[in-house]
Design a protein around this ligand. Sequence first.
Ligand code: APR
Length: 230
Amino acid sequence: MEKIVILTGAGISAESGLGTFRDEGGLWAQHAIEDVATPEGFARDPDLVHRFYNARRAQAAEATPNPAHLALARLAREHPGEVTLITQNVDDLHHRAGSPQVLQMHGTLMGALCAACDHRWPAPLVMQPADRCPACAAPATRPDVVWFGEIPYGAEVIDPALNGADLFVSIGTSGQVYPAAAYAQHCRRLGARTVELNLEPSENARDFDEAHYGPASKIVPEFVETLLAG
Ligand code: APR
């Protein structure tokens, strides 16, 4: 089996009821990025930021994986060691769908991080500015998510996976946020086949050799079937 790298974005969780960022009425139409998704915004108003992530954490906890998440978990289980799943999403739907390895490059809603000592622990459903770090007791807890201007997680695993990919598949992302938006072009330059599965052409649609457009819960299971039949 060829080495497959899969990148997912908010679109794969849309049919599980979780909002995307840049679609009509999306999260960035409701909230200013600089207020809720930057270190400066957190320093300015930690209560606003915690309330933003508490609401998303509660929604994610209520949501269930859809057929797209389940199809990717099946692909990884049937081809152990051949599939690297990278997600920009901070929900835990890939984990709950049964994907054996999930690389959350933008962190996770289900994790808490101490801004003072870097300690990490499972996030309570509701986080508040007064919460103290269980390790150093500082009142400096934040959601373990990567904000704009911060370095995404996992480059030490992502970069080698991209360099060794035979097939790169992008699912449910608008291709507007880097470094993820450059992955397709990078893999193609190294000889990989690139495929986009999305509701509509993304900003970096030109980087893909093949594309299937439609709802992820339909086109992802269909695509996985063709790979497994391959
Ligand atoms: N099925 C497939 N694709 C869908 C569906 C669906 N049901 N619904 C929406 N989409 C597509 C949209 O067409 C769009 O291209 O999903 C994409 C969602 O794009 P964004 O809202 O920009 O989300 P994403 O690309 O994941 O954003 C990347 O930006 O704000 C940051 O950290 C945040 O991880 C996020 C990053």
